[in-house]
Design a protein around this ligand. Sequence first.
Ligand code: UFG
Length: 324
Amino acid sequence: MQVLVCGGAGYIGSHMAKWLAARDVAVTVLDNLSTGHREAVQWGELVQADLLDPASLDRAFAGRRFDAVMHFCARSLVGESMTQPYAYYANNVSGTLNLLQAMQQHGVGRLVFSSTAAVFGQPTRDRIDEDHPRAPINPYGASKLMVERMLTDAYAAYGLRSVALRYFNAAGASPDGDIGEAHTPETHLIPNVLRAALGTGPALKVFGDDYPTADGTCVRDYVHVDDLAQAHLLSLAYMDQHAGAHVFNLGNGRGFSVREVIGAAEQVSGKVVAHEIAPRRAGDPAVLVASSERVRTELGWQPKYTALAPIIESAWRWHCKPSF
Ligand code: UFG
C-alpha cells in the first residue's frame, strides 16, 4: 500500500509516517516546510509542494500512485485564527479543495482528514459525541467544519471515501524519543509545562483558575500521538469496507485539568514546574472531553495511553534530548 502523508514534516504527520513505515506501508511525505521540520521526515521520500500551488500538487501526484491520502497540513492555532482568518480559510479550506481536486485528477479515492474538537465550539454536554451540535467559535474550527462539509459533498458527487478524525488534545512523543512536538512559537500546554520544568522556557502561565471545574482550571482530553496514528491506519481499513464520508471523535474520554497536568509532569520529571495564574485565554471552553464510544466500537480503536503520566513521560524523553 502507498500512502501520501500531507504535512508529514509536522508533529502528528511525522509520527504517522513513522507508524506506517513500521507496518510496511510505503510512505511519501508532502510538505511545504513552512512549519514542519525537514529532519522529522525520516520515513519515505519528501516531496516539497504547497496546497496553495495546484501546479506543485500536480507534480507531486504525477508519476506516483497512491492508494490513499492522509491530510495533516493546516494552520491550527485558535488564537491566531481569530486575528488572521483569511490565512486559515486559505490554507485549511482552499488548500484542501486543491488537494481534493488533485486527488480526483489523479484517481485517488480515499482520504483521512485531520479534523478537530474545535468544530463543536462551547460544549453543551459533558462527553462530546459525534452528534453534538457543531457551532465553532473561531475561524480555525469553522475552517475544519467547512472541510467536513466538502467531504460529504465529495462523496455524494464523486464517491470519494473519507474519514474525518476530530482530534481532542494531541500530546506525547514517539517512545524512543526520535521525534516529538516542536512548534514555534509553542502555545500548547504540555510542551510549555515541560520547558518550565527543564528551565528552557519561562514559568508556565495557567490561563484561568476560576473555571467551573473541580480545581478551577480547564479540563482537556489528551490523546497520545501514536494512538492518533493507530486510528488513521484503522480508518484506511474502514474505508475499504464502508463507502461514505465518516466522522469520528478521537479522544480517550477522560479529562485532566491544567493543575493535574502540572502535577503529573512534576512526578514524571522530578522537577518543580514554576507557574503563575494568568487571565483566561480567549476562546477556551472550560471542559472538552470526547465520548470515544463510536471510534472504539466502529473503528476498533484501542488507545495504548489512557493515563496522563505515560503520555507526559514520552514527551519528557523527547524534551530532554540534548539537540532539542
Ligand atoms: N494552557 C495554559 N497555559 C499554556 C498553554 C495552555 O494554561 O501555556 C491551557 C489552555 O488554556 C487550555 C489547556 O491548557 O485550557 C490546553 O491548551 P492547549 O493550547 O494545549 O490546547 P487547546 O485545548 O487550546 O487546543 C487543542 C488543539 C487545537 C484545537 C483545540 C480544540 O491544539 O488545535 O484543542 O479545542 F483546536
